[in-house]
Design a protein around this ligand. Sequence first.
Ligand code: CP
Ligand code: NVA
Length: 304
Amino acid sequence: MKLKTKDLLTLAELTPKEFVGLIDHSIKLKKELKKGGNKPILKNKTLTMIFQKPSTRTRVSFEIGMYQLGGYAINLSSNDMQLSRGESIEDTAKTLSRYTDCIMARVYEHKLLDKLSEHASVPVINGLSDSFHPCQTLADFMTIKEKKGKLKGLKIAWIGDGNNVCNSMIYGAALSGVNMSIATPKGFEPDKTVVKESKKSTNIELTTDPLVATKNADVVVTDTYFSIHNNDSKRIKKFLPKYQVNSKLMNTAKKNAIFMHCLPAKRNQEVTSSVIDSSQSVVWDEAENRLHTQKALLVALIRA
Ligand code: CP
Ligand code: NVA
């Protein structure tokens, strides 16, 4: 599938058809892999990964994904690059474009990705910024589709911090006709523009009451209160105990609701072990699906 966009920075670049198409291709690639292996459709292609922040899932799933498709990935900590000595992002983008077929970057400030995308002639993928985590959303919606058999008309309850992962999930909901109810403390709401734009395509409800969010919810989601870019220990007072996903709160959603978390989790803060280790939790499938969805994305961007 060919995407209209060169880059994936937020998810807003995709059409609903492209979003659902990527998820369906991911499901095919997953089946193919489990049957014996993927075809080397990215043979001789390379991905360059830049990390300003730590990562387990994003780094490993991109690197192994490229390998499984016959390509190659290299991993660069921004500290080891001339970026750390003041080389501009513009010059870095132009240089890397002469070597590699795609750049994936995990950055503190989203505007760095905008600059990378403007000056790189090759596709640029956001591997997490302070504002968005689009690759996570692709994996999340693939997981929901696998577990529920559909997307349109479902209800997601987001509990906790209206952060980067939440912003991307809202775009995902708008692209697939999923309804979202987002319960956050005052002052921790998701991005206003994202909410406003997405409300044109689906129901996005903001509340401070977790019980409003979980009512009739098919999916309950949370994330850490301490994102890498937002690590002030005083925040915890605003979230606990009201915004913890525990068994009591989980029981207020639909009986067959699933629990999701992008990981890493701070157990017994935003979610109790009794929920994350329960049969309703799909967090390991969700982590695995990063691999399959990113492969579909890489194929769509690099082969386009
Ligand atoms: N969910 C996620 O992006 O995990 P990492 O920070 O380990 O990459
Ligand atoms: N919101 C978290 C997600 C980590 C995958 C963060 O930005 O650190």
